[in-house]
Ligand binder design. Structure first.
Ligand SMILES: NC(=O)c1ccc[n+]([C@@H]2O[C@H](COP(=O)([O-])OP(=O)(O)OC[C@H]3O[C@@H](n4cnc5c(N)ncnc54)[C@H](OP(=O)(O)O)[C@@H]3O)[C@@H](O)[C@H]2O)c1
Length: 238
């Protein structure tokens, strides 16, 4: 129970990879708040759900204040909420481009900025952002998503430098093709998956828990001297 006494916020923790991460943190003893635009009164498994929209700075600020007042901290923040709106640049709508960048990039900034006064209040704070294999290995038709995730990795590196003196680490997890959340649809896509599958050195997609265990390490006291890194959880990609 290495996270006993710690409060964690996982944005986008209501389903998919975010929920896998929330369960791993809770399993390690943390009090875990999952935040999304639509939340159940009781998200189950001992998790706590609060409504928040990461694209709205006031909404995320209010989330962090509420968490602090009710549960203490937050000491751990996982900026996980993300969306994908595929389409070639020539036909990608301005709305879809904006939605992806506002959620995946601006949302991470709003989340981290709102959490900072609490996370840096005591040494040992942990921030984990969520990138993607597609930040570094681009595919046609994913311009907005790839650009937003590459920017998240740069944002993570800069923030890590700025918070290191406070004893706070900021790291990023970059999942590959994962059989959870939005990855499920990709794996089920009969036109696309046969072209992507041969690139997987492991010969299979990853599981949500394999990603969650990487986040758990970066959220734990054991990773105290790991900072500004991107941990790629993709099983090896050719
Ligand atoms: N699954 C994969 O294979 C994979 C691979 C690489 C990277 N990733 C990354 O991992 C993260 C989680 O992905 P996932 O596959 O778990 O996606 P998912 O199943 O679609 O879940 C996305 C989560 O984000 C929340 N969300 C979306 N927009 C939000 C907003 N504006 N404010 C607050 N919450 C918002 C959603 O809840 P609401 O809609 O109710 O707000 C939901 O809880 C994303 O950053 C994604 O890019 C996933």
């Amino acid at each position: 129970m290495k996270l006993r006494g710690r409060t964690a916020v996982v944005t986008g923790g209501t389903r998919g990879l975010g929920r896998d991460v929330a369960l791993a943190l809770a399993g390690a003893g943390a009090t875990v708040v999952v935040a999304a635009r639509e939340v159940a009164d009781d998200p189950g498994d001992g998790l706590i759900a609060l409504k928040a929209d990461v694209t709205a700075p006031d909404s995320v600020a209010s989330l962090m204040d509420t968490v602090h007042e009710r549960y203490g901290g937050p000491h751990i923040v996982v900026a996980n909420a993300g969306v994908s709106r595929p389409g070639p640049v020539a036909s990608l709508s301005v709305e879809h481009w904006s939605e992806v960048v506002e959620t995946n990039l601006h949302g991470v900034f709003h989340t981290v900025r709102a959490a900072l006064p609490y996370v840096r209040a005591a040494p040992g704070g942990r921030i984990v952002t969520m990138s993607s294999l597609l930040a570094s290995r681009v595919v046609a038709g994913a311009a907005a998503y790839c650009a937003s995730k590459a920017a998240v990795e740069a944002f993570t590196a800069v923030t890590a430098l700025e918070l290191a003196a406070d004893g706070v680490t900021v790291n990023c997890v970059a999942p590959g093709y994962i059989d959870s959340g939005m990855g499920k649809a990709l794996i089920g896509n009969e036109a696309l998956w046969p072209r992507l599958a041969p690139s997987l050195a492991a010969g299979r997609p990853g599981t949500g828990d394999e990603v969650a265990q990487a986040v758990l390490f970066l959220a734990s006291p054991q990773s105290g001297y790991v900072n500004g890194q991107v941990l790629r959880v993709d099983g090896g990609v050719r």
